[in-house]
Ligand binder design. Structure first.
Ligand code: CA
Ligand code: CA
Length: 70
């Protein structure tokens, strides 16, 4: 079980523009900052898609949280 406070911080770190949703572009740059430069736009989009529960192409905190608790 992940810590929801830690998850919120992580979510806010990735959500650079602070709109409450993580886009593929934001996810990609977060991974790049973490040293994973091999992630392309296509890969980032595929990862987002696999975690996106309502099909709006972006991750809400709920979706992020659900993913962490899988
Ligand atoms: Ca955002
Ligand atoms: Ca979504």
């Amino acid at each position: 079980m992940a810590d929801i406070e830690e998850a919120r911080k992580e979510f806010q770190r990735i959500d650079v523009d602070g709109d409450g949703f993580i886009t593929a572009a934001e996810f990609k740059s977060a991974l790049a900052q973490g040293g994973d430069w091999n992630v392309t736009d296509t890969v980032a989009e595929a990862i987002i898609k696999s975690r996106d529960l309502n099909g709006d192409q972006v991750l809400s905190f709920d979706e992020f949280w659900t993913y962490l608790n899988k």
